[in-house]
Design a protein around this ligand. Structure first.
Ligand code: FPP
Length: 242
């Protein structure tokens, strides 16, 4: 479907790409292959987001809790980060996509950190889709970091505590300058936020498709966008008919 087919589109979509492990198990494959398959369909999802001229797409690739998985699985995900950027960065840059990493890069191995910094630097001046990839990310940690930055500025006398407001806090988040998440999609039927974009999802609509992430297609994405278009967003107020 194209932009004109939707009555309304979100400005910012967040996706929790869940179900790679179950997909691998169902296909009698190693879990690493589930994650690899999960990056394959990502290409089409990003292309479609770009074609629809949605402003921002945030993907949850690796949470701070994911370090608890087996060393083999963590290693596979770390390798996937390198492979993903090696194979996709040229096309993303050509399409003027601007990449931002959400999360603490300093907690990553050197190679991954360098790859992610390079992707951000190379696309920094692009004016197309904002592609946010959350890696070593936790929503609470993001808020703590923002609180600390504001406290430091207050302690240094640059900011009075009463001047701290929502805009100033939002400006300290990794998503600074971007719109809030309008639509949050989590695949595989799980209905949890799992510490993803806690602040940014304050008024998001949630859609929970049953497909496992590797099975999530452009058609599934269009269905989620149609559900969003049909929702009545009130932001705490009343709708016109009420
Ligand atoms: C959840 O599935 C998915 C993850 C923990 C990783 C998602 C990562 C990718 C799709 C790779 C993306 C990488 C880049 C660099 C963009 P799960 O393993 O928790 O699934 P399960 O609940 O079925 O076990």
């Amino acid at each position: 479907m194209e932009r004109s087919d939707f009555a309304r589109l979100p400005r910012h979509v967040g996706i929790i790409m869940d179900g790679n492990g179950r997909w691998a198990k169902a296909h009698k494959l190693a879990v690493a292959l589930g994650h690899r398959q999960g990056t394959e369909n990502l290409r089409e999802i990003i292309r479609h987001t770009d074609d629809l001229k949605i402003e921002a797409l945030s993907l949850y690739a690796f949470s701070t809790e994911n370090w608890r998985r087996s060393p083999d699985e963590v290693a596979a995900l770390m390798q996937l980060i390198l492979d993903y950027f090696a194979s996709e960065i040229d096309e993303l840059d050509e399409k003027h996509v601007r990449i931002t990493i959400l999360g603490d890069k300093s907690g990553l191995p050197e190679k991954q950190r360098a790859t992610l910094l390079n992707a951000e630097d190379r696309t920094r001046h692009n004016d197309g889709l904002r592609l946010n990839i959350a890696i070593n990310y936790g929503g609470r940690a993001e808020l703590v970091r923002a609180a600390r930055a504001l406290a430091q500025r207050a302690a240094a006398g640059e900011l009075r505590p009463e001047e701290i407001d929502e805009d100033r806090l939002a400006a300290e988040l990794w998503t600074a300058g971007q719109p809030d998440v309008d639509l949050l999609i989590r695949t595989s039927g799980e209905m949890r936020l799992s510490n993803f974009l806690l602040w940014q999802c304050a008024y998001a609509e949630f859609v929970f498709p049953e497909e496992l992430w590797p099975d999530f297609s452009v058609a599934s994405y269009d269905r989620a966008l149609q559900v969003y278009a049909a929702r009545d967003r009130r932001f705490g107020g009343r709708n016109a008919q009420a």
